[in-house]
Design a protein around this ligand. Structure first.
Ligand SMILES: CC(C)(COP(=O)(O)OP(=O)(O)OC[C@H]1O[C@@H](n2cnc3c(N)ncnc32)[C@H](O)[C@@H]1OP(=O)(O)O)[C@@H](O)C(=O)NCCC(=O)NCCS
Length: 143
């Protein structure tokens, strides 16, 4: 399959909204919020994989900056590939593109959270050189 990875554009908003509904469920976001975030969001960079004019996957990266460190780090917060296009190297290509994109941009590294049951995602990240950490995540839900 031929596909291309690139930065997301505002014109991708409709297709991104649809893919996000599949991934994060209906009502997870609002179309206008998603569109506004593509126009301006200093914390997040969005990348897409496209095949034949259709988006087949996307990835969101948050950049964390702290007074405590001279380097930044990036968190992959969302990674999704349309079911029909999985196991074709799309996610691997997206991660590779992101790593190239941030080269020379003062980044110390990448981190992400995934479910202990999501073995497909674990294998995918490990293929791209991510190592499982022993740290655990704490979360306090507000709603
Ligand atoms: C996880 C996900 C992004 C992988 O996308 P993908 O484009 O299919 O991944 P790739 O084709 O680049 O696969 C990379 C590696 O991951 C592993 N992998 C991916 N899918 C797998 C599967 N179904 N079974 C076993 N290993 C799998 C393999 O090691 C694969 O390398 P290989 O094909 O050379 O053996 C995709 O399955 C997905 O969108 N899942 C639902 C959303 C999700 O779980 N996102 C991650 C949240 S943190």
């Amino acid at each position: 399959m031929n596909f291309k990875v690139r930065k997301a554009e505002v014109s991708d908003a409709g297709q991104l909204f649809q893919l996000n509904e599949i991934f994060n469920g209906e009502g997870a976001t609002d179309f206008e919020l998603l569109k506004q975030s593509l126009i301006k969001n200093d914390q997040e960079e969005v990348f897409v994989a496209e095949s034949g004019g259709k988006l087949v996957g996307f990835c969101c990266v948050q950049i964390f900056k702290s007074m405590c460190y001279k380097n930044f780090y990036a968190e992959i917060t969302e990674l999704f590939v349309d079911e029909k296009f999985r196991r074709l190297g799309v996610a691997t290509a997206v991660i590779g593109y992101i790593e190239e994109y941030f080269k020379g941009k003062n980044l110390a590294g990448y981190q992400l959270f995934t479910s202990d049951k999501n073995t497909n995602a674990q294998a995918c990240y490990e293929k791209s050189g991510f190592a499982r950490s022993r740290e655990i995540m704490y979360r306090k839900r507000l709603f």
